[in-house]
Design a protein around this ligand. Structure first.
Ligand code: AMP
Ligand code: MG
Length: 365
């Protein structure tokens, strides 16, 4: 019988240089838990990950149980040095080294043919494996000290917004995992870019902070998996199994507005003046004061206004996105209406997460 975990231990670790982290007692404790088959959530530069020994099927299975994740949705394997790829992947193309030289350590995951050392429980039964070398010092120190590759999906309950703070992880994972390493808020806020390198041309499977434009600069041609662009119809299968699930989703019904600034503004105006339903409007700093004035003038306590960040800084919007979606849950609103953004650069990742949160429910104005 598995021993039941009563309370998850939270260990706060300040940002330190990596050599100090190698000697850190809490990192050592966490590394031992992982090596022995337990679960530890830890910060990376993208979102918090839920880590387990990637080489132990029973440990990988615990991740699926803790998250309530479908078992056909494979885990990303995290390593601490580029050369460790050779231990877990086969048929490594030259393009991999070109990309790794440019973007590792960092928020890019590559999909390669897997070696048999990676169990089916980790790869979701696929013959490929997704691999990332994170930039976060805490993440790299943990992997290095554990001495094994660490399988780590985002540390949220399956279907909920990904965690960008230790408190988000605690909300979802308390008493389900042994330890949370609290390294403060993450920097980027959206999950890694995933690139499939198992065919001649690279394919973008999930947009992230390493943008399509950056990949095309290095690789030339890069295909885009259709699951990023639209809701798949029956019979269509995304290459990243996780992209088919409703994801990042707050509890409320969410829709997105797409159209000119004036059309969006008119629509929001009519919602604020006419709707009596508890609603959260996801907007930007630049539009907030006008909308707030309208809410106050009309005494509409049922409308809550949440800013995702500044329209002039898409990285700030990526950084705040999941926290804002979780706040919508805390507010208990019934509806969420979100503005849309330009899909260039990291905007593509922001729009992909927003569209998935909204189940591709987009109102064209
Ligand atoms: P998460 O770790 O929560 O960010 O989710 C991991 C994502 O990586 C999911 O969308 C998975 O479907 C995807 N993924 C993991 N392994 C593979 C693989 N071998 N091939 C394609 N996608 C993968
Ligand atoms: Mg996830």
């Amino acid at each position: 019988m598995e021993q039941e975990i009563k309370e998850t231990i939270v260990k706060k670790i300040d940002k330190k240089d990596i050599d100090e982290l190698y000697r850190d007692g809490d990192i050592k404790e966490a590394a031992i838990i992982i090596k022995n088959g337990g679960l530890v959530a830890f910060p990376t530069e993208t979102v918090y990950g839920l880590g387990a020994n990637a080489l132990m099927p029973e440990a990988a299975k615990k991740i699926y149980a803790a998250k309530g994740r479908p078992s056909d949705n494979p885990l990303i394997v995290h390593i601490s040095k580029t050369e460790d790829v050779k231990d877990i992947a086969n048929d490594i193309p030259e393009l991999f080294y070109t990309l790794a030289n440019k973007f590792w350590p960092g928020p890019m995951t590559v999909v390669l043919k897997k070696k048999s050392i990676i169990p089916d429980a980790t790869s979701g039964g696929l013959d490929t494996v997704a691999i990332r070398l994170p930039e976060s010092n805490i993440a790299r120190a943990l992997i290095e000290v554990a001495g094994v590759p660490i399988a780590a999906p985002s540390a949220n309950t399956s279907g909920r917004p990904s965690p960008t703070k230790a408190s988000h992880v605690f909300e979802d994972m308390n008493s389900k995992i042994e330890m949370i390493i609290d390294g403060g808020e993450v920097g980027i806020g959206v999950e890694s870019t995933i690139v499939d390198l198992t065919e001649n041309t690279a394919t973008l499977l999930r947009p992230g902070a390493i943008t399509l434009e950056m990949l095309r600069d290095v690789c030339g041609n890069v295909n885009i998996d259709p699951a990023i662009e639209h809701l798949l119809s029956t019979g269509e299968a995304p290459k990243a199994p996780g992209m088919k699930y409703k994801h990042y989703a707050p509890k409320a019904d969410m829709k997105m507005l797409r159209g000119s600034e004036s059309a969006v503004s008119d629509y929001l105006r009519s919602q604020i003046t006419e709707s009596d339903i508890d609603t959260a409007i996801l907007t930007v700093d630049e539009h907030k004061s006008v909308l707030l004035q309208l809410i106050n003038e009309n005494k509409k306590d049922n409308i809550k206004l949440l800013s995702l960040g500044s329209i002039k800084d898409m990285s700030s919007i990526a950084h705040n996105l999941f926290d804002v979606l979780r706040k919508c849950d805390d507010l208990g609103v019934k509806n969420i209406i979100s503005e849309s953004f330009d899909e260039s650069g990291i905007g593509r990742a922001v729009m992909n997460r927003l569209k998935k949160a909204a189940g591709f429910n987009i109102i064209d104005l």
